[in-house]
Every structure is written in C-alpha cells, then in structure tokens.
Design a protein around this ligand. Sequence first.
Ligand code: ZN
Ligand code: ZN
Length: 432
Amino acid sequence: MNPTSSITACPGCDLLIPVPEVPDGHYIACGRCGTTLSKSYTDSIDRVIALSFAGLLLYLPAMFLPLMTLSSLGLKEKGSVVDTCIGFYQNGYILVSVITFVTAVIVPFLKICIPFITAVSLKTKRKGRFLIPTFKFHKHLEEWGMVEIYLLGILITLIKMGDVASIDFNLGFFCFIGLVLLSMAVSVCLDRRLFWYLLEHSQSPAEDPEILRLGTLFHSAPKLVQTAANLELMRCHDCGKLVKAGPEDQQCPRCDSSLHFRTRGSLSITWALVITSLILFFPANMLPIMQVDFLGIPDRSTILDGIIYFFTHGSFGIGLIIFIASILVPLYKIIGLIIILLTIHSGKNHYLQQKSKMFRFIEFIGRWSMLDIFVVAILSVLVDFGFLTSIHTAPGATYFCLVVIATMSAAIVFDPRLLWDACDVVKPGKSS
Ligand SMILES: [Zn+2]
Ligand SMILES: [Zn+2]
C-alpha cells in the first residue's frame, strides 16, 4: 500500500478526493479544477538524497567562481553570481541587491539543503524537533528560488555582448548549469505527501485510525456535498493535513500552523497587492532600468528601449523573450488577478475551470519577470572598464523589482478555493 493513500482535499477548489495508489513517476490531478494533488516516486527519499547531495557539492563553486570572462579592447572583466549582487549594492541599489541575493543565492541553497537534511533524517529514522518547522518553511521557498531564470539571464547577456566583446566560459558557469539542473530535479522528485506522512507517523498506514476515520466520513456523506469545508474539515495550508473543525481556533496537529477554512483576509490583501503592482508598473516601465557610460557620456535606457535594441539588431527571439517576461507577464498577472477577484465579488460561476487554469499559470510564470533584473545585474558586473565603458543600474530597476514581488505575493496570498465556493451547495462554516 502506498503510505499516503487516503482522502485529500484539493488545494485549488476544496473538493474531497480519495487518493488511489499512484504508479511510480505518475501524478494525480483534481477532476474539477485540474490542480496536481500528488505525484509518486517509490524511491523519492533516495533520489532526493542523491540529487540534493550532488547539488550541495556544486553550490559553492557555482556561486563564488567566476561565470565568464569578458574581453574587450585588451581589457578583461569577470564576475560570479555573488559579484552581481555586490554590484547592485555598490551602485547604491540596496533593495535590488538584497532581492537578487535572496532569490539567486540564499533560497537556491535552502531549496536543496532542506530536502537533503529531511530525507537523510527520514532514511536514518532520526527525526529531530526542528525537522517539521524546517520542512514547512521549504514549501514557501518554491517560488522564490530563481537559479533557472538567472541562467536564462546569463544566456541573454552572452547574446547581447557577443558582438562587442569576446566571452570565455569559466568553471563557475558549468557548475552553475549543474546546480540549476539538480535543483529542478530535486523539486520534481520530492514527494511532499510522502515526506509529510513519514515526518508524522512511524506506524503502518494500514492501521492508521485517522485515515480510516476520514475514509468513513467521506463515504458516509451524501454524494452531493463533497468539499472539505462542507464536511467541517479544514485543510492545513502548510502541510495539507485534513483536520475536523472544532468550536475554537485550531492549530494543525502535524505542523502547528493556524487552521482556517480559507486563507484569512485573502481577498483584501490580494486586492491591495494587485493595485500596488498596477501603480508601480508605470514607473517600472517608464523610468530607465540601465545606464551605459561610454567615454564618460551616460546613456540611459528603459525596458522597452532594450527590447527595441534587440529587434533592430536582428535578435528577434531574445527581444521577444524579454518583451514577454518583462511587459506581457506582469500585465497578464495583474489583469488576470483582477478578473478572478471580480468573479468572486460578482458571485457568478462562469468559466471557473478556465479561471483556475489561468490562476495556476499566473503562479507558474510569476518568477520569470525577474529576468531583466538579472540581465542588468550580470551586465553591470561584466561591463566595467572604467572611463572607457561601463554599465550601471538605473532607478527603474527598483520599481520593477517591487512589481515582481507584489504580483508574486498576490498570487501566494490569494486562496483559489474562494473562486469555487460560489458553486458549492453549502457554504463553508467559518469562511473569512
Ligand atoms: Zn480542485
Ligand atoms: Zn499542517
């Protein structure tokens, strides 16, 4: 028996679903909204240990060794990932520097280090008290680690500088590619439901009274009423555990998080963040993001100027990628979230499946808008030939970073189950 076979509630629409045994490498998705519920790897723990250990070995060289050397007119300049963050700091852009440092250096480390420690502890059956809070924290890191976006930023820099300078790859570049691939592989192989189950239990799942009780509750309920909230069950936002609601405020017995039927204040906080990002979107695109000093003469360019540069120099593919990542994606996120929020307020349950799909896409693409910031970061470190020519960050970068952070936070705070509450027969008892 699969140790996590039980009843689960869909995090996207709150539908109660019995989770069958899933064959190795397969996943199951909610039949109503399409959210992925569970993926199965029979040897998830072993795979996570092997992949994250290899990732940890590559981490330090990938971060501190120079990625590439840029040579122009007999001058050479090289830089590592950490150098690019320091570059922003030295330019006086402390906020952008901190955001880049967190998303490209700190979070990528935690994203492979926490699964490694958790998997080794589960394998050796030595479960420390710190494991559950640490693994709970790991769930929130998924969106904020951006090594793959940084790698795309490096590739765009190569194409941008390929005509004017010669570029040599250093060892750090190859270690960084290895780190990106291993980090993605750890995320794919991590069977979160299995890890949570093993963190909580030591007995055989076949004798688990809780699973048996939930199964009886689900099968004895009238078939019309199928959401967790309608059966007075609350799904923990952090670990996914289903808990019977009591008369007072409750904590999750597994991970200690506060339990609510729906994320508290989800609608008002999402509105506030969406409006903030809409306001910041204008200075982010109208103010220059980058300044090129050539023989002491400054030339500032906005995101749109950069896109036009690529189009007029024949690099249509790169121009299109930056246009999509920097302009279309933030706009799509803001407009998409406004449509979803208005749907909830209007109470109309039209096209809920499509809107759920749109929300999942907004969650997925949110991080990719950081692409242009990373390109500016790499350029400002590599192109620093003193009076001759140098590239610096300009004020638009701060606004642009804030737009990305605000739209990503809005997607994280928004509770997609609110979208589906309109079409449920019985409303959740403690909705807030
Ligand atoms: Zn669903
Ligand atoms: Zn929990």
